[in-house]
Design a protein around this ligand. Structure first.
Ligand code: CP3
Length: 344
């Protein structure tokens, strides 16, 4: 049967007059129905590990807006949790983890194949979604890239400049490389199981790729992505992969070819015209409206949405934000964005 899902067609390289749309963090705190389900679950992590409720919040933005794709509701930090690091979220502040700065802390982590019992509820969420999504909606699984996940594991929290991870990389390269390798292998196993459970596409989030410069970018952003993609393609040759080396700048150029990614997601620090010229030449691009437009709305949102659709109209494109939608966004602005993309 010919592929009918708009997202899958874009990922196969088709140029469409109206691009498929979804939004990073589309299930999130800007939606009242998300806040209600989260309160029912108790807290964010309980929501991630409750398959029925995680499937419910994944479906909420699909029901409200009819996006072309649903993204699994989970978090990139579930991998450290499954490897045996302690993980908790402080409301209003963000994640906290036990730190990895010495060999002894690394030695207690589990092996890359020993994560699946812990992550079984995530695979179950995907199985539920596979049965419940409308036939035109694609299902996206995801994981964090090794570097981004390592920055949280090393520091024990989010940091403005990923300083502790850069320090470990320099001061104890052997330990840093061992952590990167463990994360690379665990990510391959995790994403492979997500595909077995029903994910039709997977996305690799490297939110802090932009802080890797020069050779470090090649070694710790590009190379792990290449390894993960090669291993997944060997097991699941028909599953497209989206890579998001956020704020990579010039390093976006050639990233798809070098890693084997089917699509590169670009943040809004680059213009759509630049991304069309330098990134879309190699295939599908996803992005890149500034998420601040979901807060401010109005004519500027309409104008910028039209500019972006036009800039990317010469090749395969998935309309999305440049980063996740923020809790202060107005749900009506999301509708305005969708109407502008679909009606011109
Ligand atoms: O896109 C989606 O809707 C899918 C689900 C998803 C979440 N996090 C849910 C979430 C995805 C793909 C992520 C990715 C993620 N998580 C990243 C990479 C992308 C990015 O945003 O840069 C990172 C760095 C994380 C780690 C993380 N999770 C942080 C730093 C925080 C706290 C900051 C914040 O926004 O609250 C989270 C929490 C988180 N992950 C929330 C959601 C919906 C908010 C939790 C809540 O309900 O309070």
């Amino acid at each position: 049967m010919a592929e009918t899902k708009k997202l899958m067609r874009a990922l196969a390289g088709e140029t469409q007059a109206v691009p498929p749309i979804w939004m990073m963090r589309q299930a999130g705190r800007y939606l009242p129905e998300y806040r209600a389900t989260r309160a029912q679950a108790g807290d964010f992590l309980s929501l991630c590990y409750n398959s029925d409720l995680a499937a419910e919040v994944t479906l909420q933005p699909i029901r409200r807006y009819g996006f072309d794709a649903a993204i699994l509701f989970a978090d990139i930090l579930l991998i450290p949790d499954a490897l045996g690091a302690d993980l908790w979220f402080v409301t209003g502040e963000g994640p906290r983890l036990s730190t990895i700065t010495a060999q002894a802390e690394f030695d207690i982590l589990k092996g890359p194949d020993d994560i699946h019992d812990h992550l079984a509820p995530i695979y179950e969420t995907l199985r539920i979604l596979k049965g419940e999504l409308p036939s035109e909606t694609a299902l996206i699984g995801f994981a964090g890239a090794p570097w981004t996940v390592a920055t949280y594991m090393i520091a024990g929290r989010g940091t403005p400049d990923q300083g502790p991870a850069h320090a470990l990389k320099t001061m104890n390269t052997e330990l840093f490389d061992a952590l990167m390798e463990r994360l690379t292998l665990a990510t391959i196993e995790y994403l492979s199981k997500q595909i077995d459970a029903g994910a039709e596409v997977v996305k690799i989030f490297d939110s802090w790729a932009g802080s890797l410069k020069g050779d470090d970018f090649q070694r710790y952003a590009l190379e792990p992505a290449r390894q993960i993609i090669a291993a997944l393609k060997a097991r699941h040759p028909d599953t497209p992969i989206i890579a998001f080396p956020r704020e990579a700048g010039d390093n976006y150029i050639g990233f798809a070819k070098a890693t084997g990614a089917d699509c590169v997601a670009v943040d809004n620090s680059v213009s759509p015209e630049w991304a069309a010229e330098h990134v879309q030449v190699d295939g599908c691009v996803q992005g890149n409206l500034a998420s601040s437009h979901m807060v401010t709305g109005g004519q500027a949102l309409i104008d910028e949405t039209r500019r972006l659709v036009k800039a990317f109209s010469g090749g395969p494109h998935i309309f999305n934000l440049g980063h996740g939608i923020t809790p202060d966004a107005d749900p009506e602005n999301v509708q305005l964005m969708i109407d502008t993309v679909r009606e011109g």
